[in-house]
Design a protein around this ligand. Structure first.
Ligand code: IPM
Ligand code: MG
Length: 360
């Protein structure tokens, strides 16, 4: 197969983790006879520095013409501490989500048994944890009307029922491919917009009698993710709650550096790690490339390349089991970002695990 992939490296560790992901994609292309063409484009702080804007028109055009988009990370501390800054890297990410209609953000949470000791939770609480968060990505408080005066400011949390319906349908469909459980997380005891979410979900539940539907207020959900995370299968939630809960859920497995995500809408698909730009690690070759590499696996699966996606996921699992990991996972005998990617490529190319370790 021939596929074109828009590459948005972004800020902080973005360029290094994406470069390593491209090596892994090239190893897949070699092994399974595919051709991946990469088109690089600017986004985030690096784009502000070069072009004055966080998302140039050329980037949108490149993304629209590609079969898929792979993104590294967005964010630079030099923009964070100035409340008066009118141009910010994150605006690039929000704009690309909106421009491409990427309304559904899918964040799977998986636990690797050999990393259980890294989890902040006790081992017995991790048993059976396997969930996926469906986060609405182009609506809610992130995109509602904003006001700003000298002494006051506001962000409106607005949802139209159609915006809720389209992601709710995807989440129900996902539940039917998984454990037939869906939990809507909202704040319906306080917010009108949350009550609209409940109404939509209740309406759709009638069409999915085989799916067990539950409802949690977001404060309780945050607690349940820590107390009893294995109760969750598909979590459906709004933009802001999904942002917060997915960071919380991401550390259950021990490192946010392992969590991939996919965002999609009617026509376009974007793949990016859940973690951020980790500016402290920039250029040090210590960042964990696995979340981006696993995001690329999600991309391949959506291309219909099931065995290729599985090959990446199995290689990641092999590396984790062999202890070939970056310092977020193994501080005592850490491998570098490039070494981890090299090991993954070796495994994908079919080299023995023994020689993979010896060559490091
Ligand atoms: C995420 C990030 C973004 C978000 C930021 C960088 C704007 O935290 O993708 O989870 O809030 O959506
Ligand atoms: Mg976030």
């Amino acid at each position: 197969m021939k596929k074109s992939i828009a590459i948005l490296k972004g800020d902080g560790i973005g360029p290094e983790i994406v470069d390593q992901t491209i090596k892994v994609l090239d190893a897949i292309a070699d092994r399974y006879c595919h051709q991946f063409n990469y088109q690089e484009a600017l986004i985030g702080g690096v784009s502000i520095d070069k072009k004055g804007v966080p998302l140039p028109e050329e980037t949108i055009a490149t993304c629209k013409s590609a079969d898929a988009i792979l993104l590294g990370a967005i964010g630079d501390p030099k923009f964070d501490n100035d409340p008066n800054a009118t141009v910010r890297p994150e605006q690039g990410l929000l704009k690309i989500r909106k421009e491409l209609g990427l309304f559904a953000n899918v964040r799977p949470v998986k636990i690797y048994t050999s990393l259980e000791s890294l989890s902040p939770l006790k081992k017995e609480r991790l048993e059976g944890v396997d969930m996926v968060i469906y986060r609405e990505l182009t609506g809610g408080i992130y995109f509602g009307k904003k006001t700003k005066n000298a002494d006051s400011a506001s962000d409106l949390c607005y949802y139209h029922k159609d915006e809720i319906e389209r992601i709710t349908k995807l989440a129900f469909d996902e539940a039917t491919r998984r454990k037939f459980k869906l939990c809507l997380v909202d704040k319906a005891n306080v917010l009108e917009s949350s009550r609209l979410w409940r109404k939509v979900v209740q309406g759709m539940a009638a069409h999915y009698p085989e799916v067990e539907v539950s409802y949690l207020f977001v404060d309780n959900a945050a607690m349940q993710l820590i107390l009893n995370p294995s109760q969750f299968d598909v979590i459906l939630t709004s933009n802001m709650f999904g942002d917060i809960l997915s960071d919380a859920a991401s550390v259950l497995g021990g490192s946010i550096g392992l969590l991939p995500s996919a965002s999609f809408g009617q026509t376009h698909k974007l793949y990016e790690p859940v973690h951020g730009s980790y500016p402290q690690a920039k250029g040090k070759n210590i960042a964990n490339p696995m979340a981006t590499i696993l995001s690329a696996a999600m991309m391949l699966r959506d291309f219909g390349m099931e065995k290729e996606a599985t090959a990446i996921e199995e290689a990641v699992e092999d590396c984790i089991n062999l202890g070939i990991t970056t310092e977020d996972i193994n501080n005592d005998a850490a491998n570098s970002c490039t070494e981890v990617a090299m090991a993954l490529c070796n495994i994908i190319e079919g080299q023995s695990l023994h020689s993979t370790i010896r060559n490091l």
